[in-house]
Design a protein around this ligand. Structure first.
Ligand code: AKG
Length: 197
């Protein structure tokens, strides 16, 4: 059966546009390899229950302003330093008609890498701005839950080349996570954001 060209979720908690074929598989695969080589991937650390632990993934940040989260500061770094990132942000801006000045990258080396429940609600985000998330490489599930009741409300498989746009009150009213999954190879996700500063 053919995949629908886009899926929309719009309710009192969550507003999402999902385009599974934003990039062809061939193009997404080419970008996966380039991004893995070109971006400045780093091992981050988190404090959990009084212990410092490695984050279960590698990350990188490029943007006009410093980005602070979980008591860490990611210094400003030009998005155009990487030619593939430059090409992706240019095409994304042209196709959806929105400008971005920051991108956070996550590299999940295998299915044991993950991201816990969180909202992208730091004050550096321009109020009401949307977040555009593009995935490359192995497919992984993203889950959304109600921030107050913790009830699961939506789950979708983020395939290579897909674009997920989170908007409206999504970050105020919901949390999302990338759970561990067995037998998975590498995946890169880029979330394009509009930061003030
Ligand atoms: O890997 C993903 O698809 C999600 C990334 C994410 O939640 C984030 O960067 O805040």
């Amino acid at each position: 059966m053919e995949k629908p060209s886009s899926q929309k979720v719009e309710n009192s908690l969550l507003e999402i546009d999902f385009k599974p074929e934003f990039y062809s598989l061939e193009k997404a695969d080419r970008f996966y390899h380039l991004l893995k080589e070109e971006l400045n991937w780093k091992q981050g650390f988190v404090r959990l229950f009084g212990r410092t632990m490695e984050e279960p993934r590698l990350t990188c940040y490029y943007g006009d302003v410093d980005y602070k989260y979980s008591s860490k500061v990611n210094p400003a770094q030009d998005i155009h330093l990487s030619s593939s990132l430059k090409e992706i942000v240019k095409e994304l801006e042209e196709r959806i008609g929105i400008k971005f000045n920051a991108v956070l990258g996550n590299y999940y080396r295998n299915g044991q890498d993950s991201m816990g429940w969180h909202s992208d609600d730091e004050s550096v985000h321009i109020p009401g701005s949307l977040i555009a998330s593009i995935s490359f490489g192995e497919s992984r599930n993203i889950k959304f839950r109600n921030k107050s009741t913790k009830k699961l409300i939506y789950k979708v498989e983020l395939n290579s080349g897909s674009l997920l746009i989170m908007k409206g009150d999504a970050q105020k009213k919901t949390e999302h996570s990338i759970p561990k999954q067995s037998n998975k190879k590498g995946r890169i996700n880029l979330t394009f954001r509009q930061f003030s500063g």
